[in-house]
Unconditional design. Structure first.
Length: 117
């Protein structure tokens, strides 16, 4: 199983980025997908999660109203659209796949997002 994130980079405050996570090696459509982030010196935190069929979505309070998680099961890809970015959004963003029934759990390698002027 493999998860590969892309789309990170340097952006000014107020800007936008779209992260992508391409999955392979497992049945993507049966897994809940999440985006986590970890800022320097802080613990990894959940930013957003979407259920396997996309019917249930939730966000951390810190990103609610600014970030949008979505998925395309035909392309085995999950996305995170990030708008109105703030310096405190600076972190490494990780993609996670979790199968609720079996407990199988996969992580990507992470992509750096830096919000700075």
């Amino acid at each position: 199983a493999q998860l590969v994130e892309s789309g990170g980079g340097l952006v000014q405050p107020g800007g936008s980025l779209r992260l992508s996570c391409a999955a392979s090696g497992f049945r993507f459509s049966r897994y809940d997908m999440s985006w986590y982030r970890q800022a320097p010196g802080k613990e990894r935190e959940l930013a957003a999660v979407i259920s396997s069929a996309g019917g249930r979505i939730s966000y951390a309070d810190s990103v609610k109203g600014r970030f949008t998680i979505s998925r395309d099961n035909a392309k085995n890809t999950v996305y995170l659209q990030m708008n109105s970015l703030k310096p405190e959004d600076t972190a490494v963003y990780y993609c996670n796949a979790k199968h609720g029934g079996s407990g199988y759990d996969y992580w990507g390698q992470g992509t750096q997002v830096t919000v700075s002027s």
